[in-house]
Design a protein around this ligand. Structure first.
Ligand SMILES: Cc1cc2nc3c(=O)[nH]c(=O)nc-3n(C[C@H](O)[C@H](O)[C@H](O)COP(=O)(O)OP(=O)(O)OC[C@H]3O[C@@H](n4cnc5c(N)ncnc54)[C@H](O)[C@@H]3O)c2cc1C
Length: 462
């Protein structure tokens, strides 16, 4: 029994189905989960539109001019039809959900549209829309992959029109004139970046000194500089206390008492695990105080036969991690060889402009003595391809272990950094050395040339 059809659940269902298990996947909304319907797929699809406008806005240096006015194609000379863009977003998400459902069925998995609830560790109730129990299913193995939902301010719930969570953005038909983004974590930063490129005025409210708390500080610096240049207004060290609709706009009140006025506000203040009312505690499954399910590195919960994967576990909230946890759970449960999840090998990206991608250990791990490594950095501005393309923001950073020169971690800040990180992910996972990276041919000219160049720096004295 798998409860939840996001990447944690559907990837597990595919594995279990292909291994010959009898599998029922319970999903109450749509296969693909939040990842496909409201989070990853829609956000990255909208960002694809924003990226085009961003590139055009920065193209004056390359000799591009507006055909009508012969001026630079500054942001604003092109506009977005947000209704059309959002229809594309929703259509693509829906199609992706259907594709996944088809492949899950093909693997022999039964999909049941219902809400799942435990009745003990090995019995699941499938509950219909009106609270009626549709089926009670006994299971040898249960996987919880119920994900998380957007956190909201208690006194200012989203209305879906002007006070929005990220799941509600794709029904906007007109570009917000002035979007206030509350929260400068990954989600807040991505939407602030995208909506600015789309042409909205953007104010980003951040409770911290720097955007992207917990990320590489040099990367956050680059992003803050780009935000400042592009006109994103940053309200640092400011906590939102509430938001209200006033006339045809919104007012966000900060804890300092200051008020910010805009046309819309996006609440990007984190997510809450969807573990309430699932019958977990009654089944003896240990939860953390945050409500996340406690798991080990092979996705086992505190109760034998019950596994958990994805955002409900509080391990890195990424679709790729959810999928890996789900696959690991099924391999373990069905007696296959299994490699535990290794957090130090996870690669991830923040889809701002420029993108920020990381893998392995951080510079902070080195500075605080957790990893004995050198930190090598190469600014992207010196890369010949970057110069040709008019790219000046960004860098490549490599953490290389002293002595062995094994690559322990990396950061890439660049357009398409999400693609450029792969060689470093390969190096971290397979313990390749800086020498091996440095002696690999790269195309000339290419941004990836900087990847081997930074590795070459490791060979110059230790
Ligand atoms: C805006 C945004 C952008 C993101 N972008 C990225 C990205 O680019 N890359 C990346 O790797 N990650 C990204 N993430 C994170 C990613 O979306 C999550 O890590 C991922 O969705 C987690 O997958 P999951 O399977 O745990 O849960 P989900 O995708 O949330 O799926 C859980 C499913 O369980 C269902 N469910 C819940 N309770 C029950 C129940 N009782 N019975 C039946 N069904 C139930 C829900 O309806 C839902 O469909 C992003 C997140 C956000 C918010």
């Amino acid at each position: 029994m798998i409860i939840g059809g996001g990447p944690g659940g559907y990837e597990a269902a595919l594995v279990a189905g292909h291994l010959g298990a009898e599998v029922t996947l319970l999903e109450r909304r749509g296969i693909g989960g939040a990842a496909v319907l409201t989070d990853v797929v829609p956000s990255k699809t909208l960002i694809a539109t924003a990226d085009v406008l961003g590139v055009v806005a920065d193209s004056a240096e390359l000799g591009i001019r507006d055909a009508d006015s012969a001026t630079s194609p500054a942001a604003g000379s092109l506009t977005v039809d947000l209704d059309a863009a959002n229809r594309r977003v929703r259509g693509l998400a829906h199609a992706q959900s259907e594709d996944i459902a088809a492949s899950v069925r093909e693997a022999g998995v039964r999909i049941l549209e219902a809400t799942g609830r435990l009745r003990g560790p090995d019995r699941v109730e499938a509950v219909g829309e009106n609270g009626e129990v549709l089926e009670t299913i006994d299971a040898d193995v249960v996987l919880l992959a119920v994900g998380a939902t957007p956190r909201q301010l208690a006194d200012s719930p989203a209305d879906g029109k002007r006070i929005l969570t990220w799941t509600q953005l794709y029904h906007l038909t007109q570009l917000p004139e002035h979007l206030i983004v509350v929260g400068s974590g990954v989600t807040g930063a991505e939407f602030a970046s995208a909506y600015r490129s789309l042409g909205s005025e953007v104010t980003l409210v951040s409770s911290r000194d720097q955007v992207l708390p917990g990320s590489d500080t040099d990367a956050a610096d680059v992003l803050e500089n780009v935000f400042a240049r592009r006109g994103v207004r940053l309200k640092a060290r400011s906590r939102a206390a509430g938001a209200r609709v006033e006339g045809d706009g919104v007012v966000v009140t900060l804890q300092s008492g200051e008020e910010i006025r805009g046309s819309h506000v996006l609440m990007a203040i984190g997510a809450v695990p969807a573990t309430d009312g699932l019958g977990l505690e009654e089944a003896g499954i240990r939860l953390r105080p945050s409500g996340h399910v406690e798991t080990d590195r092979v996705s086992r919960t505190s109760v034998r036969g019950v596994y958990a994967a994805g955002d409900c576990t509080g391990v890195n909230p990424l679709a790729s991690v959810a999928a890996m946890q789900g696959r690991i759970a099924m391999h373990h449960a069905l007696g296959e060889a299994v490699s535990p999840l290794i957090a130090a090998q996870i690669s991830s990206a923040i889809f701002t402009s420029p993108e920020i991608a990381t893998v392995g250990c951080s510079e902070q791990d080195v500075r605080e003595g957790r990893i004995d490594a050198r930190v090598l950095t190469k600014p992207l501005g010196t890369n010949p391809r970057a110069k040709m393309q008019g790219i000046s923001d960004g860098f490549v950073k490599l953490m290389v272990r002293h002595g062995s020169h094994v690559v322990a971690g990396a950061v890439v800040v660049a357009p398409r950094a999400s693609e450029l990180i792969m060689p470093f992910a390969l190096a971290v996972t397979h313990r390749l050395t800086a020498e091996q990276l440095a002696s690999t041919f790269t195309v000339y000219p290419s941004l990836s040339g900087s990847l081997s160049e930074v590795a070459r720096q490791a060979l110059w004295g230790d």
